[in-house]
Design a protein around this ligand. Structure first.
Ligand code: BG6
Length: 484
């Protein structure tokens, strides 16, 4: 693809602290939701629901020091290996590395007066290491790692107090990394909140009759928090760029029946667009207000909240892209398959990976045009990839043509979207080094260009090996996408 990607295009990769770092209790860090999620081997092809986070789950996990059945507690030990791993990213030629900071490391008790200096030193090192290699650090402030103390002490995001605590946490980061970090993301995939409930909002389902209302209340607090810290970030350093982020699930009508199109539009509104609309346009869209009215959802929202949301819009849209969906107005008998968080109808036109996640490169172009058409602000593709089973050969090589094929097709579609006129800032593929899977807590679902010799139970040398895709992506970056 000749001369499609702008010279300043940010190629790179993205990881989260809770899937990579390990060291779950080092230097006073307290437990987070991922630290209490057990590895639960299941048939990957079967449509599965992730187990709920309940008080019993938390209680059991707190009394257990195990890192075998709680794999995210050990991650890939990035806490110790970050220097070598970042050097490998530099060797690929990364221009940007998206990484998250763990709130429970920085404020282990949630309401500490001062941040944990040791934790900040760790993140100083990561950021400095990136800068040493001329890699732009892009920081996610909260990536699916709700601190347990904030659930126990305050009931999670349902409590307005979380806004204040989050603001304090962000202010520490913005002050500390002023001049070093330019790009920030407030909440990873904020549109997962209602579906994931306890996992991202820290609101435990105890059978409350108004549980859905509680979730939307928690989400409202996150919106206010995100807008408030956008103001703080701009005040501390006008060069800061704050991104809202969603996992965009573009949805196709099952047939050309108008009712199916209407259903697809409605699904798109409440599953995807609502979140961007609040954070980019600065108000609640009409259809969300109607949904609240129809479902007896009464939120406590002050005039001050609306003012904050209105006046502090996101600077860019961050989006991950994994799979598309199908909407039908009828109760149709179509087979379901797994998707990211949602289980979805099988699309007969799409292949799928070993976990049933469907592969839809053209959907990425559709998604990018769809978002840009409405918002017309720059988009950063913050996650895109697919999990695959890899085999480490005895000579230390990994032949992964399926990964190259997946990424190639998606990058081509991203290039075509740029040609269509969409303004795209960069592309951080998900999981450039193998990490623990978010949904399944397993290691076998691998995303990386770099193979980590560790199995589902933590056995293995933990050594890193370059897969064939490592060299392929290196070439893509070197030629600024011309060879894709
Ligand atoms: C995204 C998350 O939704 O999906 C990542 O932001 C996650 O944290 C990714 O890893 C892929 O999901 P999984 O379950 O395959 O790890």
């Amino acid at each position: 693809m000749n001369d499609i990607f702008p010279n300043e295009f940010l190629w790179g990769g993205a990881l989260s602290a809770c899937q990579a770092e390990g060291a779950y209790d080092k230097e006073e860090k307290t437990l987070t939701i991922p630290d209490v999620m057990r590895f639960n081997p299941t048939d990957n092809r079967k449509v599965t629901k992730q187990p709920n986070i309940t008080w019993e789950v938390i209680k059991e996990a707190k009394g257990d020091k195990d890192t075998i059945m709680y794999p995210k507690r050990r991650g890939i030990n990035f806490y110790e290996t970050y220097k070598d791993d970042i050097a490998l990213f530099a060797e690929i030629g990364f221009k940007v590395f998206r990484y998250s900071i763990s709130w429970a490391r920085v404020f282990p008790n949630g309401n500490d007066e001062k941040p944990n200096e040791k934790a900040l030193e760790f993140y100083d090192n990561i950021i400095d290491e990136c800068l040493k290699h001329q890699i732009e650090p892009l920081i996610t402030i909260s990536h699916f790692d709700m601190p347990i103390v904030l659930i126990e002490k305050y009931g999670g995001w349902y409590n307005r107090k979380l806004i204040e605590l989050y603001k304090k946490y962000c202010e520490v980061l913005f002050e500390r990394y002023k001049g070093k970090v330019r790009y920030w993301v407030t909440f990873n995939e904020i549109n997962m909140s209602i579906k994931a409930g306890a996992k991202t909002l820290g609101i435990i389902n105890e059978g409350q009759s108004n549980f859905e209302e509680m979730l939307f209340q928690g989400l409202h607090h996150q919106f206010v928090a995100a807008s408030s810290v956008t103001e703080i970030a701009h005040r501390i350093d006008p060069k800061n760029k704050i991104g809202s982020m969603v996992a965009y699930f573009t949805t196709y009508p099952h047939t050309c029946k108008p009712e199916d199109t209407l259903k697809a539009q409605q699904d798109d509104q409440m599953k995807n667009d609502f979140y961007l609309h609040v954070m980019v346009k600065g108000n609640y869209p009409y259809y969300a207000l109607t949904y609240f009215k129809d479902n007896n959802i009464n939120l406590s929202m002050t005039d001050e909240d609306f003012k904050i949301i209105k006046s502090n819009n996101a600077d860019f849209i961050g989006s991950s892209y994994y799979n598309s969906m199908i909407s039908s107005a009828d109760d149709v008998n179509i087979e379901l398959t797994n998707g990211n968080v949602h289980s979805v109808y099988k699309n007969p036109h799409l292949p799928a990976n070993d976990w049933g996640w469907q592969i839809d490169p053209v959907g990425l172009r559709v998604t990018l045009n769809h978002i840009y058409n409405k918002y017309e602000i720059p988009i950063f593709i913050l996650e895109n990839s697919s999990g695959f089973h890899d085999v480490l050969n005895s000579d230390g090589t990994v032949d992964d043509p399926y990964r190259i094929d997946f990424l190639k097709q998606h990058i081509q579609q991203m290039g075509l979207a740029i040609k269509d006129g969409v303004n795209i800032l960069g592309y951080t593929m998900w999981g450039p080094i193998d990490i623990i899977s978010s949904s399944k807590s397993e290691m076998s679902k691998r995303y990386g260009f770099i193979y980590v010799d560790q199995d589902d139970y933590g056995n293995g040398s933990k050594k890193r090996y370059k897969k064939n895709s490592f060299y392929w992506y290196k070439d893509i970056i070197k030629t600024n996408g011309r060879t894709v």
